[in-house]
Ligand binder design. Structure first.
Ligand code: FAD
Length: 302
């Protein structure tokens, strides 16, 4: 892992900067990849995506949750966003991070919160994706998913191709709607592939397994090499276009997003919004150092 990546992952964990950034509004170029700090501005972006045939998965941003009060506030913001999806009548679902609603505080409390969210979403016929965080939270996230699936169908999760265990996880989750990604966190060589080539190979392997399983597959990547290989594979295996979708993050390769939707592929854009944009933005800078140009330009032009 490069120095730059480590540097920005480090910054993403800086709680003091995170707290300060909440008061700044969108700065440092973050407005390019975060769709505003409130529901109204975010919904404007979602409507524009919908007009281009693109659906949205909305993330009400929230990090560093340490108290039940903070977690409850985050849960309420998510419930409000679900209601807004209904009121605005947009084509969208939600992505939720379990640490945001109390996973680090108490598992039972977190389970109660996510049950409330998934139940509210089920009433509106909205899907909830449990985003996957770092390795320390993985097993708990899968355990909570399992509990939720006993009662609800409108829930799924993310599997990260950099982890050795992921092939087994995909096999165990054949019937579940899964988002497949390469993986965004810094994980040890004991549990994860470290080389890009190995990660890419495992990523394609997992995609091919899940595309042939009953569960719906979301292929979340900006990597055109992977996208081309997926297109060739679904054609070769005659996999119907309603069995899978591509996903990308808001503000990334926007023209390619529209082109894929125009080609007839289902497409969903991950739309983060909220005052808590700082750590999300630092993780994006860590992934793609070219984005630093965005940040620098924005700082210089201020
Ligand atoms: P990379 O390996 O970063 O890029 C491969 C190649 O693609 C690059 O070399 C370049 O040629 C091209 N490329 C990539 N980006 C661009 C660009 N912006 N412009 C031009 N060319 C580009 N991770 C998690 O751990 N948990 C999650 O829950 C999670 N959810 C995600 C949801 C979505 C919708 C997406 C898109 C990603 C999510 N991720 C998540 C992040 C993911 O794990 C990767 O860290 C991230 O997507 C970067 O990997 P990549 O597959 O896009 O391609």
């Amino acid at each position: 892992m490069g120095v730059t990546k480590n540097f920005f992952i480090g910054l993403s964990k800086n709680q003091a900067l995170n707290s300060a950034a909440k008061k700044w509004g969108l700065k440092l170029g973050a407005g390019k990849v975060v769709a505003g700090t409130d529901i109204k501005s975010m919904m404007q972006s979602v409507k524009e995506l919908n007009a281009n045939g693109i659906s949205a998965t909305i993330d009400s941003l929230g990090e560093f949750v340490h108290t039940e009060e903070e977690a409850t506030k985050a849960k309420e913001a998510i419930l409000k966003t679900l209601e807004a999806i209904q009121i605005y009548g947009v084509n969208a679902h939600m992505s939720v991070k379990l640490t945001q609603i109390g996973l680090d505080i108490d598992t039972a409390f977190c389970l109660k919160n996510i049950q409330e969210i998934v139940a509210a979403a089920a009433n509106y016929d909205i899907f909830i994706n449990l985003d996957m965080e770092d390795y320390d939270h993985l097993q708990q996230t899968l355990d909570i998913l399992k509990t939720l699936l006993q009662e609800y169908e409108n829930v799924g999760t993310v599997i990260q191709a950099y982890l050795f265990r992921s092939e087994k996880d995909v096999e165990n989750l054949q019937n579940v709607r899964l988002r497949l990604v390469k993986g965004a966190y810094k994980e040890s060589a004991e549990v994860s592939y470290q080389e890009k080539k190995e990660i890419d190979e495992n990523y394609l392997k997992l995609i091919k397994i899940h595309l042939q399983a009953p569960g719906y597959t979301s292929i979340a990547t900006h990597d055109h090499h992977i996208i081309e290989q997926v297109k060739a594979f679904v054609k070769e295996k005659n996999i119907s276009l309603d069995r899978f979708e591509f996903q990308m993050l808001y503000g990334f390769r926007s023209e390619m997003q529209k082109d894929l939707a125009k080609e007839g592929f289902s497409f969903t854009t991950y739309v983060p919004f909220g005052k808590d944009w700082y750590a999300y933005y630092m993780r994006r800078l860590a992934e793609r150092p070219q984005n630093i140009n965005l940040a620098l330009k924005s700082m210089i032009s201020k």
